[in-house]
Write a protein that binds this ligand. Structure first.
Ligand SMILES: Nc1ncnc2c1ncn2[C@@H]1O[C@H](COP(=O)(O)OP(=O)(O)OP(=O)(O)O)[C@@H](O)[C@H]1O
Ligand SMILES: [Mg+2]
Length: 420
């Protein structure tokens, strides 16, 4: 174990370093607290803090314990007191790691039926998610559209000690800005026209559970500030309310858009980004983990069979064909392709020809897919927006007015569909 000794007394620093060095620890000593803090950060990892306090300074020791210090030593102390306290701390740290690792193993087992994870990348990610689940930290899930961000967010919840409490999902981009605050935080009667009674928001609905904030990069600036406050002090305020309320909510946020870029452009608060990014779970695109394709195919074929009420299987040729495809729309595209083939083909055993993997079916799984409602709606939406933009001569404000949506919504959709 590496030990950083911090004290203003050089004599004490030296004798402690000597003592601990003898029992086999690598020690560094520091007299300046600010420098010590920098050094501790540089070392990374989780430090275990033992407080040393002089006689008559118990308050500081107790305050330190309240902030998470493990134990404290009263000056002056005997050498065996130091080594004993240290051994106890080490033992606790070992147990903590063991519990975390057991929880990860157990958690991964819990969601094995829900999340396909054959590739090494996915197995590692799921294990990391299991470890993250045990903590209270916020989690940021990133990855291209259709990679399974929501699936993973639910898995974090299911593996967490909060799994019996609600998992509440909200898409920050889908709700108009003026409604989003009340949606998230609730409102009191009379807060605005139409607020005829008190209503709790989604934070309160998710109390003791998990709140999944999807498309977090689209959260408007005013709400970014409010979200930061909740994450920092666990207090929410309903719109129009005087008082604040305490909530115990674990936030999992997701985005398909590179957050670092949004931060650089000033569209997303840096402090909130760091607050959300405590644990990052990044889902690689499906084309980078082809080992997952056969297992996903099996999963989706079973789902299709259940829905259709008849068996669905694939010929080896068909499976080979699916394994070769690059799946720009990731798992969602694969799921849609299977569903479409299973529904349209007359036979139980699907062959390669039953799959139409031409370019038109790429992207978000949209494009001429009569059975994929979401894809169909999106295709229509994209074409209406394209027309409105053309009519408005490229003027987005005018196009937004024409379409009856906010400028913000229009920007979001333009980005989503890659229009310009
Ligand atoms: N590892 C997986 N195991 C089982 N099903 C998966 C997995 N990954 C994705 N899916 C399925 O693929 C579809 C897309 O997953 P999900 O909605 O979680 O993706 P997403 O990343 O949130 O996409 P978007 O960015 O478009 O919202 C869902 O039907 C989901 O059940
Ligand atoms: Mg999603």
């Amino acid at each position: 174990m590496q030990i950083l000794i911090v004290d203003d007394d050089p004599g004490l620093r030296q004798s402690l370093a000597l003592l601990l060095g003898e029992s086999g620890h690598a020690c560094v000593a520091e007299g300046d607290p600010a420098r010590a803090l920098e050094r501790a950060r540089g070392e990374g990892g989780e430090a275990l803090v033992l407080m040393m306090s002089a006689y008559g300074n118990e308050d500081a020791a107790i305050a330190a314990m309240r902030e998470g210090a493990y134990d404290y030593l009263h000056k002056p102390f005997r050498p065996d007191e130091v080594t004993l306290t240290l051994r106890k701390a080490q033992e606790r740290e070992r147990l903590r790691r063991e519990v975390a690792s057991l929880r990860a193993t157990l958690g991964t087992g819990l969601v094995k039926d829900e999340v396909v994870a054959e590739s090494t990348a996915m197995r590692k990610l799921l294990e990391l998610a299991g470890r993250a689940a045990g903590s209270r930290s916020t989690v940021l899930v990133t990855g291209e559209s259709g990679t399974g961000k929501e699936v993973l967010a639910r898995a974090v919840h299911r593996m967490s000690p909060r799994s019996e409490a609600p998992f509440v999902a909200v898409n920050c981009a889908a709700i108009p800005e003026h409604l989003l605050e009340s949606e998230l935080f609730g409102h009191v009667r009379g807060a605005f026209t139409g607020a005829t009674q008190d209503r709790p928001g989604l934070f309160e609905a998710a109390d003791e559970g998990t709140l999944f904030l999807d498309e977090i990069a689209e959260l408007p600036p005013a709400l970014q500030a409010k979200l930061l406050r909740v994450l920092e002090d666990g207090q929410i305020r309903r719109v129009g309310d005087q008082r604040t309320r305490a909530v115990d909510v674990r936030v999992v946020a997701a985005t398909a858009r590179p957050m670092e870029e949004a931060v650089r452009q000033g569209a997303f608060r840096e402090d909130l980004f760091y607050r959300l990014n405590v644990i990052r779970l990044h889902l690689p695109p499906l084309r980078e983990r082809p080992e997952d394709v056969p297992a996903l195919v099996t999963r989706f074929a079973q789902e299709a069979a259940r829905r259709l009420g008849r068996p669905v299987s694939l010929t080896p040729r068909a499976l080979a064909r699916l394994c070769e495809h690059s799946w720009p729309g990731n798992a969602r595209e694969l799921r849609n392709a299977l569903e479409r083939a299973a529904t349209l083909s007359g036979h139980e055993r699907l062959d390669a020809d039953d799959f139409d993997l031409s370019a038109g079916h790429g992207g978000n799984g949209a494009g001429g897919d009569a059975l994929d409602l979401k894809g169909e709606v999106e295709a229509v939406e994209a074409s209406v927006i394209r027309r409105a933009l053309a009519v408005a001569g490229g003027n987005r404000r005018e196009a937004a007015q024409q379409l009856g949506v906010s400028l913000r919504t229009l920007f979001y959709k333009i980005r989503k569909y890659g229009l310009s």
